[in-house]
Design a protein around this ligand. Structure first.
Ligand code: PLP
Length: 425
């Protein structure tokens, strides 16, 4: 099973003789054992098995195994949301007194998590431009830096991360690179192949693809040598007193340490598990991910080209457009396409954008992105409405900026809708 489409359909679960063809939903909080000794071995992490769904559940594990296979990782886990995935990925290796380097071009929720909530927990952040020089990136590190964070294609700025540049810098400083790969999905980019160590997802977006279930995932490449940097990662390389003195990097090795620790410590204590029912829905989405992504990209490209040539549009951001600042990086990292999200500025400012939004018929107004139905957002009048025009411009979100997430409809109908809405301005 070497190709991505086959993995989307079949990885993670191989039924035995007479077993269910589709993954079973193990809708059970707990699991029954014949002896306390056997259960004790599970609690000591001496034997593998299930005892409580907050830590592990067979349905979730099958879907996590599929996502690990898609990303080319060694191990993976599901979380209740993308926010939980990014929080766990960072907090598994950084704690009070530590420092993180992150690209400033990231999803707003992740920016808040890193810049505000982690700071309250004693973790300091340094943000860098995704376009920084290697020297600028190097200068962002401190002796207590524990990881580097970025997004392959940032939501909503649509900047493309130079993964190799960020991976080299991280590895030069003895720390892993964490990449949120939500927008391209492993169908369009596999960051581990470019040097990323840990990959995260909001599975709520294209992986689910139907706007059905909020969820997240963390994939570990198994390639980062924690023991070679044991002084930086005491959580993985020294005994865990809350688990009878287990040393994760010794007992579970380079391939198992990160996910085992995140499951047995962070999931145990924070409890952000995905429900098995939602994992089942996620798997249905994954089964067609490789068929849907090219269509999202085809529609995104068509809309971006249409908008770029329209008089009532001031500017368009889409990494697949020749002339886009990220076109070259997209050609390198995303040769088959990036995603279906396009952002653009309507000519005529905030009022014109509001006008445009009101005139849309097929494209629905939603805060969501990346599902089968095309949706559209005017940040200045919704998610960012508390900000003044000057603040919006400083944040890179102009008052006339519109974010369009192209779904799976026929592109001619999408262009017709956007076209008639532009004509009303
Ligand atoms: C939506 C999103 C998140 C947050 O995921 P939720 O599932 O909404 O918690 C994180 N990163 C990116 C890139 C996203 O688009």
């Amino acid at each position: 099973m070497s190709l991505i489409g086959t993995k989307c359909v079949q990885a993670g679960y191989t039924p035995g003789d007479g077993e269910p063809r589709q993954i079973p939903i193990v809708q059970s909080t707990t699991f029954k054992y014949d002896t306390s000794e056997h259960m004790g071995q599970l609690f000591d992490l001496e034997a593998s098995g299930y005892f409580y769904t907050r830590l592990q559940n067979p349905t979730n594990d099958m879907v996590a195994a599929k996502i690990a296979a898609l990303e080319g990782g060694a191990a993976a886990m599901l979380t209740s949301s993308g926010q939980a995935a990014n929080f766990f990925a960072v907090f598994n290796i950084a704690e009070c007194g530590d420092h993180v380097v992150a690209s400033q071009s990231i999803y707003g929720g992740t920016f808040n998590l890193l810049a505000h909530t982690l700071r309250k927990m004693g973790i300091e952040l340094t943000f860098v431009s995704p376009d920084c020089t290697p020297e600028e990136l190097d200068a962002a590190f401190r002796p207590n830096t524990k990881c580097v964070f970025g997004e392959t294609v940032a939501n909503p700025a649509l900047t493309v991360l130079d993964i190799e540049k960020f991976a080299h810098a991280a590895h030069d400083h003895g720390v892993p690179l964490i990449v949120d790969n939500t927008f391209p999905t492993p169908v369009n980019c596999r960051p581990i192949e470019w040097g990323a160590d840990i990959v995260t997802h909001s599975t709520t977006k294209y992986m689910d693809g139907h706007g059905v279930a909020v969820g997240g995932a963390i994939v570990d490449s198994g390639k980062f040598d924690w023991m070679a940097h044991a002084d930086k990662f005491p959580g993985l390389c020294t005994p865990d007193e809350s688990y009878h003195g287990i040393v994760y990097a010794e007992k579970f090795g380079q391939e198992g340490a990160f996910i085992t620790k995140a499951t047995s410590q962070l999931m145990r204590d924070f409890g952000s598990i995905q429900s098995p029912q939602n994992a089942f829905y996620l798997n249905l989405g994954l089964e067609s991910l490789h068929v849907r992504m090219p269509r999202h990209c085809e529609n995104g490209q068509a809309l971006a080209e249409f908008l770029a040539s329209h008089q009532k549009v001031e500017s368009v951001n889409y990494p697949g457009l020749p002339g886009d600042p990220y076109y070259e990086l997209a050609q390198k990292y995303l040769p088959n396409g990036s995603c279906g999200v396009v952002s653009f500025e309507v000519a005529g400012g905030r009022a014109a954008a509001e006008n445009f939004m009101a005139a849309l018929r097929l494209c629905a107004i939603e805060t969501h992105v990346a599902d089968a139905r095309t949706c559209c957002l005017h940040p200045a009048s919704s998610t960012h409405r508390q900000m003044t025009d000057d603040e919006l411009i400083a944040a890179g979100i102009g008052p006339a900026m519109v974010r369009l997430s192209c779904g799976l409809e026929d592109k001619e109908d999408l262009i017709a809708d956007v076209s008639q809405a532009l004509e009303t301005i």
